[in-house]
Design a protein around this ligand. Structure first.
Ligand SMILES: [Zn+2]
Length: 327
């Protein structure tokens, strides 16, 4: 028997600087299949938009469905996004993306309603709606990968802010004279605890002559280092990897403490590639540091948890966005 007669599917798209991932979900938001394409961001805006459309079409086709059965498409895009207007205002990792009417362009190509959000906001929505069944009133999502992004669920909905950039948790300044951040500031959370920051510190340690088994594993220049390599090294007792990852986890805990002081959410969920690979190594230190840095009495009953959605947080959240948009 066919699962659903018609228009009961959603597509969630995770648009990244290097890859586009599209997932097809049924009405219960169960994932039916995914398709991945490279973004080819250097080919320009129009080409990327066409590739998003192609990725959606292929994902739908792979599931033996057609676009007429899709009720809505959600997209998480990196950068500042005007969700109401459906425009990407700017995206640092997508060259040429300035005030791009992505929603309109895709609706023209696919003839299905499109809903747009910032990638980390969308991931947070996915965690909130699917992992926590939309139960907490207030939830903060933090995603630690190449950079650090986040999202704020306040009163059961995403909070966007005056200039639609709320949730830029990665640029909270934690160490005033700290390392330079991609945004131009110094000592941002992202410059201290992202994968980029962790790798930079490991490489600096190696340059100073500190011993690490990572150079045996990957060669002196440590090219192609991945978060999983750090996990391996830490589990084998590597001192440099342990020290650097602990320090990053402590900074992340301080970031979480700041957020708890300001917003006092029920749950703080930490996800992203770094946490996916290093949850066991980082979460205990992160939670301990958060407890040490919050104002006394503010943390009672608040959970700090690693997300279980992993790489699918983006497409799941985008599908949630589409379902909420078409409800
Ligand atoms: Zn910054």
């Amino acid at each position: 028997m066919p699962e659903n007669p018609s228009k009961d599917y959603f597509v969630g798209v995770d648009l990244g600087g290097t890859k586009i991932l599209a997932g097809v979900f049924n009405a219960k938001l169960e994932l039916k299949g995914t398709t991945k394409l490279s973004t080819k961001a250097d080919r320009g805006v129009d080409e990327v938009i066409e590739r998003i459309a192609r990725c959606v079409k292929e994902a739908v086709d792979e599931c033996d469905l057609n676009l007429a059965q899709v009720r809505g498409i959600g997209i998480g895009a990196p950068g500042a996004v005007d969700t109401d207007a459906g425009r990407v205002i700017f995206a640092p990792n997508l060259p040429g993306w300035k005030d791009v009417p992505l929603k309109k362009a895709l609706e023209k190509l696919l003839d299905v309603p499109v809903f747009l959000g910032n990638d980390c906001n969308v991931c947070t929505l996915g965690v909130f709606d699917q992992e926590y069944k939309a139960k907490p009133r207030d939830l903060i999502g933090i995603f630690i990968g190449t950079g650090i992004g986040g999202g704020l669920i306040l009163n059961g909905d995403l909070y966007h802010g005056h200039n639609l950039t709320a949730g830029e948790i990665g640029h909270m300044v934690i160490e005033v004279n700290g390392p330079k951040c991609g945004c131009g500031n110094r000592g941002c959370f992202e410059a201290l605890a992202s994968r980029t920051a962790i790798f930079r510190e490991i490489q600096a340690g190696v340059k100073e002559g500190q011993e690490t088994m990572l150079t045996d594993m990957l060669g002196k220049d440590l090219s192609d280092m991945r978060s999983g390599d750090l996990r391996k090294a830490i589990r084998r007792g590597d001192k440099l990897a342990t020290k650097v990852v602990e320090a990053a986890a402590e900074f992340a805990g301080i970031g979480v403490a700041n957020l708890i002081n300001i917003l006092n959410p029920e749950i703080v969920v930490v996800g992203g590639g770094v946490i996916e690979a290093l949850a066991d190594e980082m979460m205990p230190t992160l939670i301990k540091a958060a407890k040490e840095h919050v104002m006394p009495g503010t943390m009672s009953g608040i959970d700090i948890k690693a997300s279980k959605l992993g790489d699918n947080a983006g497409i799941t959240g985008a599908a949630v966005l589409a379902r909420r948009g078409t409800a």
